[in-house]
Design a protein around this ligand. Structure first.
Ligand code: FAD
Length: 287
């Protein structure tokens, strides 16, 4: 089923994002995670993709593992930077033939060892080019896009960010998932900006459970996500006790979810980090 139709049909629910495991141990663990989280009847699950196709085979394998769980809708992510359309075509044909109905269309990030990467000299320069390509050649796919409550790290202003999001929507995007955020006001402001720009697709809040604040801070810095100083300070009090630090973080995430729900966000998307116990603690608390 297409995710845009699922989001219309079910007023509330959760969705889960996973990354493809690299090892046999990781694969086994993901199967267990899938079994645990399936009991929460997710609206859909999604599987990330390494930029430049780095995890192409592993993403496909993990997508198939989830599809064996027949009643789960699975959405593979796909990135286009530095990729030829012939490569995308093969993969999209495979997905289409196997019955996949949804694709998360992303630009991806340039190779880390090439800081002077020329975005304009590409067959696909931006996420919007991939959205347009999929909609033109595979009109049957429902297409998701990424949006950024605090603005994408490369954009000069929130206005510019909104304009570029609008281009992805005009290219045919059906729904969006946000970058992680820890201050809900950024999400509410994003919704306001989108509404004012006549962007009316569903925008699911992307939630990263907080467990290790220093790791999250490092990642947040490259994603332009603010970690509120009060939670950083509170978690850092437990820096010698990771379990206690995680408890404080999970409590924070539960409060974050409750506030989102109270303010009208009934469909929440979780970046699970493939960790079922953290997810179940949060899901049980917000049931
Ligand atoms: P775009 O929408 O193309 O934006 C990228 C930059 O280009 C922005 O600064 C934007 O403002 C600018 N821009 C856009 N259009 C134009 C234009 N017309 N002219 C000039 N500038 C423009 N990465 C992965 O590699 N694999 C994944 O599986 C993955 N999953 C993700 C899931 C979510 C929910 C999110 C939020 C991100 C994910 N990412 C993933 C990261 C994503 O690939 C990066 O954030 C990437 O830098 C931007 O991708 P995009 O599709 O949003 O890019």
């Amino acid at each position: 089923m297409k995710i845009n139709n699922i989001l219309k049909k079910y007023e509330k629910g959760v969705s889960f994002e996973f990354f493809p495991p690299k090892t046999d141990k990781g694969k086994k663990a993901l199967k267990k995670t899938a079994d645990v989280l399936k009991t929460y009847n997710p609206l859909y699950v999604s599987m990330t993709y390494g930029a430049g196709g780095a995890t192409q085979e592993k993403t496909k394998e993990a997508v198939n593992m989830f599809r064996e769980n027949k009643d789960l809708v699975v959405m593979p992510h796909l990135t286009c930077i530095g990729v030829k359309s012939s490569v995308l075509e093969n993969l999209l044909n495979e997905y289409k033939e196997s019955g996949i109905k949804n694709i998360m269309a992303l630009r991806g990030d340039p190779p880390q060892d090439n800081l002077t990467f020329d975005f304009s000299d590409q067959e696909f320069s931006y996420g919007k080019d991939l959205v347009r390509y999929i909609k033109r050649h595979y009109s049957d796919f429902c297409v998701g896009i990424a949006v950024y409550p605090e603005g994408h790290i490369e954009t000069a202003s929130l206005e510019q960010d909104t304009d570029y999001t609008k281009q992805k929507v005009d290219a045919g995007a059906d729904f969006a998932v946000t970058q992680m955020f820890f201050d809900n006001d950024y999400y509410y402001a994003l919704l306001d900006r989108m509404k004012k720009s006549d962007i009316n697709i569903p925008i699911l809040p992307g939630i990263l459970p907080l467990t290790d604040v220093s790791k999250v801070k490092q990642f947040a810095a490259i994603c332009r996500t603010t970690v509120p100083p009060h939670i950083e300070e509170e978690m850092n009090r437990y820096k010698n006790n990771p379990d206690d630090m995680a408890k404080v973080g999970i409590d924070f995430t539960i409060k974050q979810c409750r506030d989102l729900i109270k303010n009208g966000a009934k469909q929440l998307h979780f970046f699970t980090l493939n960790k079922p116990s953290i997810m179940t603690a949060i899901l049980e608390a917000i049931r």
